[in-house]
Design a protein around this ligand. Structure first.
Ligand code: IDP
Length: 148
């Protein structure tokens, strides 16, 4: 089953949005297979956002993502990577549709509440960066027979 890495960023944690965000993915029918509240080191932040190293906002991005705890998660389900991106909304909350997480809760691109892997390759890479194999839980969920 497809898996993706999702993370409530420090602004979402501080604003008390973890519960709402988890609830949206649960209600959609996805299955949580790993989760933890954690601090991100500078080293991990630079690795995670490596593709943006040359961008002018890179320093700001690393400072922000290390500024407070994040809630890191792994979710699984059919098409979870693309569907979760849709549920998050556009990168800049001002362009994100209402009903999406960024559209409902955010105002600026620098504080856009949530991160989600953008491809199968990113999902594998990011899950590996944030979680050890033994932190992911394989279990069958009774709900699934009413989802699929
Ligand atoms: P994504 O998070 O929707 O995949 P990316 O383009 O991969 O978007 O950018 C990563 C993160 O970098 C964004 O979520 C946002 O927090 C931040 N970011 C993107 N563009 C800007 C900018 O112009 N200024 C400040 N932060 C930015």
């Amino acid at each position: 089953m497809e898996k993706t890495f999702l993370m409530v960023k420090p602004d979402g944690v501080q604003r008390g949005l973890i519960g709402d965000i988890v609830s949206r993915f649960e209600k959609k029918g996805f299955q949580l297979v790993g989760a933890k509240l954690m601090s991100i080191s500078n080293e991990l932040a630079e690795e995670h956002y490596g593709e943006h190293k040359e961008r002018p906002f890179f320093g700001e991005l690393v400072d922000f993502i290390t500024s407070g705890p994040v809630f890191a998660m792994v979710w699984q389900g059919e098409n979870v990577i693309t569907t979760a991106r849709g549920m998050m909304g556009a990168t800049n909350p001002k362009d994100a549709a209402l009903g999406t997480i960024r559209g409902d809760f955010g105002l600026t691109v620098g504080k856009n509440i949530i991160h989600g892997s953008d491809s199968a390759e990113s999902a594998v890479r990011e899950i590996g960066l944030f979680f050890k194999e033994e932190e992911l839980v394989e279990y069958s969920k009774l709900m699934n027979e009413w989802v699929y």
